[in-house]
Design a protein around this ligand. Structure first.
Ligand SMILES: C[S@@+](CC[C@H](N)C(=O)[O-])C[C@H]1O[C@@H](n2cnc3c(N)ncnc32)[C@H](O)[C@@H]1O
Length: 207
């Protein structure tokens, strides 16, 4: 593998060309211990990202039903959600094959029985499912159009009164995203604000 290939891999490419260099992140989230196998060309290889952490610590989970972690990376958000409430069925998706493989391994590593991982673009891998909750730490590096698509296309897989929760760096999303939430859901609340990030929530109202 040449150096050029290595340097052009972004964390959101479908099949990273660079050789996978693995790492292990051990951390505490919501008062519980977790271990995550990570790798190069996957988002936040060395530690759980601050935005991810804020989303996890502030997410509001339903009592039952399906939960989607869209763009799961190595799986921290979905795995913690599944582990906090075994009555949930958690589906985790990513367009990066390496991330999806790692997330699958991490589901096993953390002995979580109620989570599965699917590979694919945006909502394609979960067509036909209905979610009570959608969680997202979006791929800002892939461009705001992708971030907006994650918000705007969510209602097609959401249950009535289901919630959509997204963490975003305040500098990037504070101005543009609330209006996208309002256009999509007719509402937008701020669940948490910390370390330059905020977690936005919209509640789907089926017509
Ligand atoms: C900012 S990272 C967050 C990863 C993980 N949720 C976390 O918080 O550690 C965004 C993730 O979205 C994935 N992604 C990018 N474009 C996507 C798309 N069109 N459909 C699904 N996932 C996508 C990337 O591969 C990446 O893993």
């Amino acid at each position: 593998m040449n150096q050029d290939n290595r340097s052009t891999d972004h964390y959101f490419v479908a099949a990273p060309k660079s050789e996978a260099k693995f790492g292990l992140v051990r951390t505490t989230l919501c008062g519980k211990s977790f271990e995550f196998l990570t790798a190069s060309s996957v988002f936040s290889k060395r530690r759980v990202d601050l935005g991810t952490r804020l989303l996890i610590e502030s997410m509001v989970l339903p009592k039952t039903g399906y939960v989607l972690d869209i763009g799961c990376g190595y799986g921290a958000v979905g795995i913690v959600a599944a582990s906090l409430n075994p009555k949930l069925s958690v589906v985790m998706t990513d367009v990066n094959m390496r991330a999806a493989r790692l997330a699958r391994k991490n589901v096993e590593l953390n002995k979580v029985a109620n989570a599965e991982v699917r590979y694919g673009y945006l909502y394609e891998p979960v067509e036909g499912l209905v979610f009570s909750c959608v969680l997202s730490n979006p791929p800002v590096s892939a461009g705001m159009e992708t971030v907006k698509a994650i918000v705007k296309e969510a209602p097609k897989v959401m249950a009535d009164k289901g919630t959509f929760q997204m963490v975003i760096r305040s500098k990037i999303g504070a101005k543009t995203l609330p209006s996208v939430f309002n256009e999509t859901f007719g509402n937008c609340t701020v669940l948490a604000r910390e370390s330059g990030f905020r977690v936005l929530m919209g509640q789907h109202q089926a017509v």
